[in-house]
Ligand binder design. Structure first.
Ligand code: LAN
Length: 741
C-alpha cells in the first residue's frame, strides 16, 4: 500500500479571491497567441504588433449541426474566434520566479495589476503548511520555497507577511537556501543573492568542442540543451544584478549565516533531500571535478570563442521562435543574455513576448508551461467533436503548420531565412506542427501526428458528407505531403518516436543529468504516446487518403512502430506514459496504436492488446465504475490508485483538495477510450465507466476540475485544463457510435 511520503498539495487550480477587478481583464487571441490584458483607464486595451492581423482564409461552408451533447455545446462556447481553445496550462512552480527575476535584472517593469494577480497566484498555490513545491501537486521543497519566496519579495510583498514568515520557517527546516538544487542556485546567483562560486562549472566550452563527441550538447534533449545554453552564458560572464536594498535584504532573509562568510564552493553539491530526484552519479561527480579544475585555469581565448558561439545560438533561437523560444526557462534566460549584450532591440522584442506565457486562472496570474497548448488541445478537441461542429478548428490547424501552404503567415516565422538549420542542431521543421503556435516554430512529433490525423479525419468526413469546401483554402494534399515527410524523418532506430527530435546521444548521457530534480532530461527518448500517435497518422494515410500512398515506406514505418509498442509493454500488461498520469494514459495510446492497424480483442487478437485491456479492466474501481490514478505513479514507476492513500497516515496534514481519492474523469476517459478502441467485449465494464462520467457532468455541460493530469520529466505536474472537457465527450461519442444508444 502506498503511503504519502509527505503532505502534498493537489487539485487543479482553485478559485481564490481576486486581487484586481476581474471584469477589466480581456483575453486576446490571434492565431493562437494568447494575451491577457488589463483595461486601461479609458477601457482601452493596449495593442501590440499582430493584434490586428487578418486570420487565414475563411472556411465558410462548413455546416454547423445541432450538437447532441451538452459538453460539445460547452466546448463551442469556450472556443476563441481564432479557432483555438485557450486554456490554463499551469502547474510547475519553478517558472514564474525565472520571469520575475529576469524582469528585475533587465529593468523590465511588470504592470501593477499583473503583479497583484501573480502574488494572489502564489498565495493560492502555497502548501498548507507553508512554502511551495516543484509543482502544484507537490509538498514544499527548497527550490520551490526559496524561489517563490524571492519572487513574492520582488513583487512587493513584505518580509513580515505571514505567508512569507511561514515559508522561511519551512525553508530552514528543509535544509535552508544553501541546499537549493542547481537551477535554483543559478537564479539566485543571477539575482546576486548566491555566489557563482557555489555552482559547479556550466562548461561553456562544451559548445565549442567537436560535435562528434558523445557528450556534445547537440546530443541532448532540446529542452535541456536550450536551458543550459543560456545558463552557461550567464555563468561564463558571472552575470549578476547590482547590489541594492532588496538584494541586501534578501541576503539576510535567506540565510541564517552571515552572507559574507559562507564558503560557497562547499555548497556546489549541497542539495536538499526534499528536492532530490536524480542524485549525482559517479560519472557526473568526476565530470564536475574535471570541469571545476578547468574553470580555475580556463583559456580566455576559448571562453571568448564559446561565448560568441553561444550568443549566436541564442540569437538564432530568438529569431526563429519570435522571441518565444522553446519554453519558459530558456525564454527568460535568453532575455537576460540579450540584455547583457546591450541588444536593446532584442530586449524590447523579448518584453513583448512575456504575455504569451502568462495566464490568468481562477487562482491568479501564472506562468504557463509553454506559450500555451493550443495546437495540441485543438487536435484533441476536434477529434472529439468530429461528430458535431467544427467551425474554425481546421482553419486554426492549417494556419499552424510550419511552412504549410495554407497558413498565410508569410514571414512571421523566420525559418526560411536560415537555410542551415542543422548548424544550430535543429531538426528541419517544414511541414511539421508545434505544440502551441505557429510563431514558436519548434515542431513536435506527436503534435504533427495528431494534427495530420485530425486533418485527414476532416477530409474523410467532408467526402462522406459531400460538403462543399472552398478548394483553394483547403489544399490539404500538399499539407499532408509535407506533413508526412516531416513525420517520417523523426522516427528513431528503435522504431519509436521521441518528442521534438530524434534520439541523438547514447544512454550514458543520462548519467550526467545535472538537474537533480528531474528525470530523463538529457535525451529525447522514444515514447509510447508519440509512437502511437505517429502510427495512427501513418495508418490514416493509407486508409483515408490512398492505399498506395508511399506504400512501402509507410508500411515499414508502421511495422517498426508496432514493434516498438509491443516491446515497451510492462510485464503486467500496462504501458508507462511519460506526459500525463500515467499508466492509464500510456495504455490508452498503446491500445489506439494496436487497434488502428487492425488488432481487436475478439476479431483479431494480439497478446499485447489482450493483456493491456485486461490490465485496464482490472483497475476499474469496483464501487463507482471509474478509474483514478495518482500523480505519484509517474515518479515511483508503478501504478498508484487514487484510493490507495486511504490508509496514509499523513493525510490529515495534507492541503490537498478533497478530490485526490476520487476516480478521475480524465483517467476514466482514457481507460474507456482504450478499451473501446480495442473492442473489449465486457460491455458492462464500459457502461459502468460511461455512467460514472455522465454522473460527473455539471449542469452547463462541463466537467469538474480534479487533480492535475499532465506530467513531464518524471517529477513535475502540469495542468491541462481542457482535458476534463474533451476526453469524456470523446468517450461518449465513441460509445454512441459503437453501441448506438
Ligand atoms: C511538454 C508539453 C507537451 C508534451 C506532449 C506533446 C504532450 C508530449 O507528448 C511530448 C512532449 C511535450 C511536447 C512536452 C515536453 C516538455 C514540456 C515542453 C511540456 C511538458 C510542457 C512543459 C515542458 C518544459 C520542459 C517545461 C520547462 C522545464 C524544463 C525542465 C526545461
Amino acid at each position: 500500500q502506498y503511503v504519502n511520503p509527505a503532505p502534498r498539495n493537489g487539485g487543479a487550480p482553485r478559485r481564490t479571491d481576486p486581487a484586481t477587478d476581474l471584469t477589466r481583464w480581456r483575453l486576446i487571441n490571434r492565431k493562437g497567441r494568447q494575451r491577457w490584458a488589463y483595461l486601461g483607464p479609458n477601457n482601452e486595451v493596449t495593442k501590440i504588433d499582430g493584434d490586428d492581423d487578418e486570420y487565414a482564409d475563411d472556411l465558410d461552408g462548413m455546416s454547423e449541426e445541432q450538437s447532441f451533447m451538452e459538453n460539445a455545446n460547452f466546448l463551442r462556447l469556450i472556443q476563441a474566434d481564432d479557432g483555438h481553445w485557450p486554456a490554463d496550462y499551469g502547474g510547475p512552480l519553478f517558472l514564474m520566479p525565472g520571469l520575475v527575476i529576469a524582469c528585475h535584472v533587465t529593468n523590465t517593469t511588470l504592470q501593477r495589476e499583473k503583479k497583484l494577480e501573480m502574488v494572489r497566484y502564489l498565495r493560492s498555490v502555497q502548501c498548507r503548511e507553508g512554502g511551495w513545491g516543484l509543482h502544484t501537486e507537490a509538498p514544499p521543497t527548497v527550490l520551490g520555497t526559496a524561489l517563490n519566496y524571492v519572487t513574492m519579495r520582488l513583487l512587493g510583498v513584505s518580509a513580515r507577511d505571514l505567508d512569507l514568515v511561514r515559508a522561511l520557517g519551512i525553508l530552514r527546516s528543509l535544509g535552508g537556501t544553501l541546499s537549493i538544487p542547481s537551477w535554483g542556485k543559478f537564479w539566485l546567483a543571477v539575482l546576486n543573492v548566491y555566489s557563482w562560486d557555489g555552482l559547479h562549472s556550466l562548461a561553456p566550452e562544451l559548445w565549442s568542442l567537436p560535435e562528434c563527441l558523445p557528450f556534445h550538447p547537440s546530443k541532448m534533449w532540446c529542452h535541456c540543451r536550450q536551458v543550459y545554453l543560456g545558463m552557461s552564458y550567464c555563468y561564463a560572464v558571472r552575470f549578476k544584478v547590482d547590489d541594492s536594498e532588496i538584494v541586501r535584504q534578501l541576503r539576510e532573509e535567506l540565510y541564517q549565516d552571515n552572507y559574507d562568510v559562507i564558503v560557497w564552493r562547499h555548497h556546489r553539491s549541497n542539495i536538499s533531500l526534499a528536492d532530490l530526484h536524480t542524485p549525482h552519479t559517479y560519472l557526473l561527480k568526476s565530470a564536475y571535478y574535471l570541469i571545476d579544475v578547468y574553470e580555475k585555469f580556463h583559456m580566455t581565448y576559448l571562453r571568448e570563442k564559446s561565448l560568441n558561439l553561444i550568443y549566436e545560438h541564442v540569437v538564432f533561437d530568438d529569431d526563429v521562435t519570435n522571441f518565444i523560444s522553446i519554453g519558459p526557462i530558456s525564454k527568460v534566460i535568453q532575455m537576460i543574455v540579450r540584455y547583457h549584450r546591450n541588444d536593446n532591440e532584442a530586449l524590447k522584442k523579448h518584453r513583448k513576448r512575456i504575455d504569451d506565457y502568462l495566464w490568468l486562472g481562477t487562482d491568479g496570474l501564472k506562468m504557463n508551461g509553454t506559450n500555451g497548448s493550443q495546437l495540441w488541445d485543438c487536435t484533441f478537441a476536434m477529434q472529439a467533436l468530429l461528430e458535431v461542429t467544427l467551425k474554425n478548428g481546421l482553419k486554426f490547424l492549417l494556419a499552424t503548420q510550419i511552412d504549410g501552404l495554407n497558413n498565410n503567415n508569410n514571414n512571421n516565422n523566420r525559418t526560411s531565412v536560415y537555410r542551415d538549420f542543422s548548424k544550430y542542431y535543429r531538426h528541419p521543421n517544414k511541414g511539421g506542427f508545434p505544440f502551441s503556435t505557429y510563431e514558436c516554430g519548434w515542431i513536435v512529433a506527436d503534435c504533427t501526428a495528431e494534427a495530420l490525423k485530425t486533418m485527414m479525419m476532416m477530409r474523410r468526413r467532408r467526402k462522406k458528407k459531400k460538403m462543399m469546401m472552398v478548394e483553394k483554402s483547403v489544399n490539404t494534399d500538399n499539407d499532408l505531403d509535407t506533413g508526412d515527410v516531416a513525420l517520417l524523418t523523426l522516427q528513431n532506430d528503435d522504431g519509436g518516436f521521441a518528442t521534438y527530435e530524434r534520439k541523438r546521444g547514447g544512454t550514458f548521457l543520462e548519467s550526467l543529468n545535472p538537474s537533480e530534480v528531474f528525470g530523463d532530461v538529457m535525451l529525447d527518448y522514444s515514447y509510447v504516446e508519440c509512437t502511437s500517435a505517429a502510427m495512427q497518422a501513418f495508418h490514416f494515410f493509407t486508409e483515408y487518403i490512398d492505399r498506395n500512398y508511399k506504400k512501402e515506406i509507410i508500411k515499414q514505418a508502421l511495422e517498426k512502430c508496432l514493434e516498438f509498442i509491443v516491446n515497451s509493454q510492462q510485464v503486467d500488461g500496462s504501458y508507462y506514459g511519460s506526459w500525463a498520469v500515467c499508466y492509464t494514459y500510456g495504455t490508452w495510446f498503446a491500445l489506439e496504436g494496436l487497434s488502428c492497424v487492425g488488432y481487436h480483442y475478439v476479431r483479431a487478437p494480439h497478446p499485447s492488446l489482450t493483456k493491456a485491456c485486461d490490465w485496464l479492466a482490472s483497475k476499474q474501481q469496483p464501487t463507482n465504475g471509474g478509474w483514478g490514478e495518482k500523480f505519484e505513479s509517474c515518479e515511483l514507476k508503478r501504478y498508484i490508485d487514487s484510493t490507495s492513500s486511504a490508509t496514509a497516515t499523513t493525510k490529515t496534514t495534507s492541503s490537498s483538495s478533497s478530490s485526490t481519492e476520487e476516480p478521475q474523469v480524465v483517467n476514466t476517459s482514457w481507460a474507456l477510450l482504450g478499451l473501446m478502441a480495442a473492442g473489449y467485449p465486457d460491455v458492462n465494464c464500459i457502461e459502468r465507466g460511461v455512467r460514472y462520467l455522465l454522473g460527473m457532468q455539471n449542469d452547463d455541460g462541463s466537467y469538474p476540475k480534479q487533480n492535475v493530469s499532465g506530467v513531464f520529466n518524471k517529477t513535475c505536474s502540469i495542468h491541462y485544463d481542457l482535458y476534463r472537457n474533451i476526453f469524456p465527450m470523446w468517450v461518449i461519442a465513441r460509445y454512441k457510435s459503437l453501441y448506438g444508444t
